[in-house]
Design a protein around this ligand. Structure first.
Ligand SMILES: Cc1ncc(COP(=O)(O)O)c(C=O)c1O
Length: 369
């Protein structure tokens, strides 16, 4: 038996009866961009997160960029973010002409370290970006204090955390503004690229909508130089159907994470992930840590188990960001973790039987048979 890293077809099968007639209707009506399905989704997602506003955009990278722009990040400014994130958080900053500043993560959860953030604040800092990586909510309460001291906003990158909660409050509603991605593989994924910005602040939401729509909210009345970043109707149809199932799917991910914890408890040398106190995490990814990772990864893949790396190289050490001049040692916890992390198959429809196959393959690969 082989185990895929992610089985999106199972999700698709579950929503097919509901979504397919509506997609056909969208195609026949030729109402491709915006429209009632998008408006309904924006309202439903804002309600789900518990904020007043949601603006659908074209992808998560745009969402981060638009959120940063809305809070006043400008060329020449600095944006503090974890070294352990997908490169898109940094790219969104660079596109504004601002500089992404990497800080280290805590060794337990690999989430942004508030003390490292405090140490990185300068008079050019314009925003702090907690990334709720792997579906685990960052310690926003401690970061709020750092952000307040620095006089800058928290802009959440909630791309991997739809439905996650910290002390009862949803990720995406914990900062001044938040960005999320509906890339198909996310916990809440569209039928292609999509994203959203969420906030309680009406002015910020208006700014995002304005910039995302070529700088106009009234057709051909262009107030600012904007971009084109909109959510398509077909995606909204899919998102509406998946949003209705998100809590159940996230509960299935939690159950799968609990099963992994139990199954892997007697596999020596494998460190399983833990949640911060107060978190109800949603395990977008289930990331273990172990020695000799590249060999183990190759063996798992060779045995038909779809393991992957998130991410093999911290963004500040990538060739793309070599111009910033960071060297190994800048963020030691994140850099060490990048050599030890291994993402195991994780998706709502993952079965106990499949997880036993993963455990067995892992046991063999780490030599604990
Ligand atoms: C943490 C993080 N931020 C931003 C993004 C960017 O989202 P997208 O791929 O929709 O542009 C992603 C997803 O790929 C992500 O995982």
């Amino acid at each position: 038996m082989t185990v895929p890293f992610l089985d999106l077809r199972a999700q698709q099968a579950e929503i097919a009866d509901e979504v397919e007639p509506l997609v056909l209707e969208v195609l026949r009506s030729a109402g491709f961009i915006g429209g009632p399905h998008v408006a309904a989704f924006e309202k439903a997602y804002a309600d789900y997160i518990g904020v007043h506003h949601c603006v659908g955009v074209a992808n998560g990278t745009d969402a981060v960029e638009l959120a940063l722009r809305a809070v006043g990040v400008t060329a020449g400014g600095e944006v503090i973010m974890p070294a352990n994130t997908f490169i898109a958080t940094a790219e969104a900053t660079s596109r504004i002409g601002a500089t992404p500043v990497p800080v280290d993560v805590d060794d337990e959860c690999l989430l942004i370290d508030p003390d490292a953030v405090a140490a990185a604040v300068t008079d050019r800092t314009q925003a702090i970006v907690p990334v709720h990586l792997y579906g685990q909510v960052a310690p926003v309460d401690q970061l709020e204090a750092v952000a307040a001291d620095a006089g800058v906003p928290l802009v959440e990158d909630a791309a991997q955390s739809q439905g996650a909660r910290r002390n009862g409050r949803a990720a995406g509603g914990l900062g001044r503004i938040a960005a999320t991605s509906f890339y198909p593989g996310k916990n809440l994924g569209a039928s292609g690229d999509g994203g959203a910005v969420t906030t309680n602040d009406e002015e910020l939401a208006h700014n995002v909508r304005l910039v995302a729509g070529h700088g106009s909210v009234v057709k051909y009345k262009h107030e600012v130089v904007g971009v084109n970043s909109r959510l398509d109707s077909v995606h909204a149809v899919t998102l509406n159907a998946k949003l209705a199932r998100l809590d159940r799917w996230n509960a299935l991910r939690r159950a799968a994470a609990d099963r992994y914890e139990e199954l892997l408890s007697d596999v020596r040398g494998v460190r399983v992930p833990t949640s911060l106190n107060g978190n109800a995490d949603v395990w977008h990814l289930y990331v273990v840590r172990l020695a000799d990772r590249d060999r183990v990864l190759a063996e798992l893949n060779g045995a038909g188990v779809g393991a992957a790396l998130h991410y093999p190289e911290p963004w500040h050490l990538t060739q793309a960001y070599s111009h910033l001049g960071y060297r190994e040692g800048a963020c030691p916890v994140a850099e060490r973790a990048a050599k030890e992390i291994l993402s195991l198959p994780m998706f709502p429809h993952l079965t106990h039987e499949q997880q036993v196959v993963v455990r067995d393959a892992l046991s063999v690969a780490v030599g604990d048979v």
